[in-house]
Design a protein. Structure first.
Length: 192
């Protein structure tokens, strides 16, 4: 069923060229339950994405059905001096939170248009983006009420490691934090 869907990989230039369609799809997906939606979330998301594309480690995968953008996944490499692990709500071992160059890719945003879900598009985006990365592991955050999303991530090999308090401009007040300990299997599957 995904034969008619094309997945493209890219970096900042691809994201910049698709800024409006990405933002529109983000709004469509995340403005409905189970996700929190702040009154200013649309503007905050656009500003976050514009900041993220300035990071030289930024990467993106997008899914197309014809000329319609139906999904995206993007993120960046977590720097060694990150504050990512500073808002965790429970104690965690340093083996989890210590960063070094090339250790962790942060899957920052990931969405598939509702009418295209259940066709394997999300998995293709996930595997294309992570399979093209050189980092040792990956991390992501998801809102606690998003049970369907969390079940998918867990099925794909992610594990919940903590909860984190969202910042002043975060999409939600609390997030479940997930880690995928190795990207080797995703890279192996991505090879032709």
């Amino acid at each position: 069923m995904t034969d008619a869907v094309r997945v493209d990989l890219g970096a900042a230039d691809l994201a910049r060229s698709l800024l409006d369609p990405i933002c529109e799809l983000y709004d469509e997906v995340f403005s409905v339950p189970p996700f929190c939606w702040r009154e200013d979330e649309s503007d905050l998301h656009r500003a976050r994405l514009l900041r993220l594309v300035e990071d030289p480690t930024f990467g993106i995968a997008v899914a197309w059905a014809g000329d319609e953008l139906v999904g995206f996944a993007y993120g960046f490499t977590v720097p060694p001096d990150t504050k990512r692990w500073s808002n965790l709500m429970e104690p965690t071992p340093p083996e989890l939170t210590e960063e070094w160059p090339g250790r962790t890719f942060l899957l920052f945003d990931f969405a598939v248009r509702r009418s295209y879900r259940g066709r394997g598009i999300g998995r293709r985006l996930h595997d294309a983006l992570l399979g093209g990365r050189s980092e040792e592991r990956a991390s992501l955050s998801v809102e606690p009420p998003a049970a369907d999303s969390k079940a998918i991530y867990e099925h794909w090999g992610w594990r919940k490691v903590a909860q984190s308090i969202g910042g002043a401009t975060a999409a939600a007040p609390v997030f479940d934090v997930y880690v995928r300990d190795s990207l080797e299997d995703v890279r192996a599957q991505a090879k032709p």
